[in-house]
Design a protein around this ligand. Structure first.
Ligand code: NAD
Ligand code: TYD
Length: 340
């Protein structure tokens, strides 16, 4: 059994590789990643030496190299995590999002078709549904909710989902799609809310909360997402979308205050800055389908997951300190420098 994981040097892809190799120690896993700013080879250090693991530095938009790799590896399963994933960067520069997230997906779908994979899985996001109002907590995203993307990032992910469904209908490509809520856990790049706040708090730097911090996200520990994808590729029905989320809605400001408390840092570090353009108010997943069809339920409570995550950032300072000392500094200055 050969599994190709694209974007495996990023946050969720790397956690998925660790998860799969721990559960299926004999599975051949090939990681495809072009190592953008978000990809980090040191993340994969613990699996690099394994005989059944291979890392290949290729962009998913490079049709020729992807075709050659599929010919060589003859994968049974392809799971596509590779993407530009940060909403703020998509507002700054949309074009690379369209290139990677849409064209890259098309290249992979064509290769999967050509080499007859048994399952192609597209890792998507709940952000394709747009947002929900704060004043109706009984509303949730189901798989039937219309696509209504708000940012160039979510629009590119929604486009990729439509392309996948078109390949299923037109070419019978055996595929599935998962749309997950916000993940957190080890190896999360420190441009995203939780790792950014942990890193800044540890360095006694301001904690930049957008707007009033009232936006709500539905947080899921990354390992629970990995378990859901494993179930979907083994037991999910072809052509189906599965929402993944654990009914764990939290306001941004409450998360930031919790991080301060856990780290023993003063809330006076919190700095309210101008809001993100088009900022989605609330995301909330209805996970009934994946629960009833595949028996999936999240295992990690937020109170445990956030402690595990904070401990990981404390124990692995060199991993994120190296990141924030490089090109990230320019990004941070551009994104937060003049922001009031
Ligand atoms: P990430 O930004 O941490 O990692 C993305 C990885 O993709 C990096 O290793 C990067 O080098 C690689 N990559 C980017 N462009 C590439 C290309 N052209 N060719 C090959 N590799 C390329 O992202 P993440 O948070 O791990 O997200 C992974 C996937 O999960 C994405 O598709 C994202 O849309 C989806 N998702 C993320 C979340 C979340 O909360 N982070 C939630 C739901 C869905
Ligand atoms: P983020 O981690 O970028 O994920 P997404 O936008 O994909 O949900 O942001 C999570 C929430 O935190 C979102 O409402 C924006 C907010 N946020 C801040 O308030 N400050 C920050 O510095 C960042 C990065 C995010």
């Amino acid at each position: 059994m050969t599994l190709i994981v694209t974007g495996g040097a990023g946050f969720i892809g790397a956690n998925f590789i660790f998860y799969m190799l721990s559960i299926y120690p004999d599975m051949r896993v090939v990681c495809v990643d072009c190592l953008t700013y978000a990809g980090n080879l040191s993340t994969l250090a613990s699996v690099m030496g394994k005989a059944n693991f291979r890392f290949v530095k290729i962009s998913i938009t490079d049709q020729k190299s992807i075709g050659k790799l599929f010919e060589e590896e003859k994968p049974d399963i392809v799971v596509n995590f590779a993407a530009e994933s940060h909403v703020d960067r998509s507002i700054e520069n949309p074009s690379v999002f369209l290139e990677t997230n849409i064209i890259g997906t098309q290249v992979l779908l064509d290769a999967a078709r050509q080499w007859g994979v048994k399952r192609y899985h597209q890792v998507s996001t709940d952000e394709v549904y747009g947002d929900l109002p704060l004043d109706n907590p009984n509303l949730f995203f189901t798989e039937e909710t219309p696509l209504h993307a708000s940012s160039p990032y979510s629009a590119s992910k929604a486009s990729a989902d439509l392309l996948c469904l078109a390949y299923y209908r037109t070419f019978d490509l055996p595929l599935t799609i998962s749309r997950c809520s916000n993940n957190y856990g080890p190896y999360h790049f420190p441009e995203k809310l939780i790792p950014l706040m942990i890193a800044n708090a540890l360095n006694d730097q301001p904690l930049p909360v957008y707007g009033q911090g009232l936006n709500v996200r539905d947080w899921l520990y990354v390992e629970d997402h990995c378990a859901a994808i494993d179930l979907i590729i083994r037991k999910g029905r072809e052509g189906e979308v599965y929402n993944v989320g654990g009914h764990n809605e939290m306001r941004n400001i409450d998360i930031v205050k919790l991080i301060c408390k856990e780290l023993g840092k003063p809330e006076s570090l919190i700095t309210y800055v101008s809001d993100r353009k088009g900022h989605d108010m609330r995301y909330a997943i209805d996970p009934t389908k994946i629960h009833e069809e595949l028996g999936w339920l999240p295992k990690t409570k937020f109170s445990d997951g956030i402690r595990l995550t904070i401990k990981w950032y404390l124990d692995n300072r060199s991993w994120w300190e190296e990141i924030i000392s490089g090109e990230y500094k320019n990004y941070y200055e551009r994104m937060y420098g003049g922001r009031q």
